[in-house]
Design a protein. Structure first.
Length: 338
């Protein structure tokens, strides 16, 4: 009987239902009729008959109540079980204990099976709804991440160039302005053709990703770019630190945005950049002695610091901290994991 119940639980096949029922009926008739035919049932025998009918046999109701096609078989087995229990305990001295145990056991299993059969579809529907909500949330998050990436892209390229043009290119050589405008025009044309941009260095995007780069070689491109734009940058510290490509891209773009803010807003044409690293983190400290600003007065909608620096670094597990006050210059500390 135990083997039949195990196989019934694994497969739910009708043949194992019949095996369990046949074994149970055999035990009931053996205990009730063949153990000592001339004597009435004692309490142990009555309890045995009732428990066999109430527990191992009634368990088949859990797999039979789940479909209408099996209900006829369930009712037949239920009637056979109660009839068999009533037959073997029908002596004058017998108590209603076996029949009461059998009836209560079957009723409990039928109710449990019905509850399970009704609950499983609801649970599956709920799981499916949670899955759909998760996919919708992930899609919305991906769209929001793409929107923020597009905003950073426009801020770092086209808007920066338009700002230079709006100020008549003050402080920037005509050749540097032409080169930056040409880079932006090529980028926009490739985007219209369906290309996906990836950052190549600070302020410059390309459609071919760069795999392995050291910080030293890429910092040189940042130095040259801002040198052409009239900002003198003095570099200190490490220059040959290897970073994962996505972390390096975000680090350099955030660093370039900090230097662009120095060039555009500080009122000075000199900045210091100090690169340091330890076992887990690479840091860059950008310092200028310009006019400074009040951190509390910065508009939350401005993309420069909030998106192109802080959010960009946090997206790769880094962080940025700003220190400034009016008339005391500005210091920005950038941190990214190795």
């Amino acid at each position: 009987m135990a083997g039949g119940q195990y196989l019934l639980g694994r497969t739910g096949a009708i043949r194992w239902v019949l095996l369990v029922v046949a074994c149970g009926l055999g035990i009931i008739y053996f205990v009730g009729l063949d153990s000592h035919p001339a004597l009435p049932l004692n309490l142990v025998e009555e309890a045995t008959i009732g428990l066999v009918a109430a527990v191992p046999m009634s368990c088949v109701a859990v797999v039979l109540v789940v479909s209408r096609r099996r209900l006829a078989l369930l009712l037949t087995i239920f009637a056979m079980t109660l009839g068999s229990v009533a037959l073997v305990s029908s002596t004058a001295t017998a108590t209603p204990l076996p029949l009461a145990l059998a009836f209560s056991g079957w009723l409990s299993c039928i109710m449990a099976g019905w509850w399970i059969s009704q609950s499983i579809p609801r649970v599956m529907n709920r799981i499916a709804a949670i899955g759909r909500a998760h996919r919708a949330e992930r899609h919305a998050s991906e769209l929001e991440a793409q929107r923020r990436t597009d905003a950073r892209l426009l801020h770092d390229t086209v808007l920066a160039t338009l700002t230079l043009l709006a100020h008549s290119g003050v402080g920037v050589s005509p050749s540097a302005l032409r080169q930056q405008s040409g880079d932006d025009a090529r980028l926009l044309r490739q985007l219209r053709l369906g290309g996906l941009p990836s950052p190549r260095r600070s302020g410059v995007y390309t459609l071919e990703p760069v795999r392995d780069s050291t910080l030293g070689t890429t910092l040189e491109s940042v130095r040259q770019r801002f040198g052409r734009m009239g900002l003198e940058v003095e570099w200190h510290g490490s220059g040959q630190v290897r970073l994962p490509t996505d972390v390096l891209d975000s680090f350099l773009l955030a660093l370039g945005e900090c230097l662009e803010n120095v060039r555009r807003h500080s009122g000075v044409l000199h900045a210091d950049v100090t690169i340091t690293d330890d076992a887990t983190t690479v840091r860059a400290m950008v310092t200028d002695a310009g006019v400074g600003f009040d951190l509390a007065a910065v508009d939350a909608g401005r993309l420069g610091v909030a998106e192109s620096v802080i959010a960009r670094l946090r997206a790769v597990g880094g962080n940025a901290r700003l220190f400034s006050s009016p008339g005391a210059g500005t210091t920005v500390v950038l941190e990214v994991p190795k």
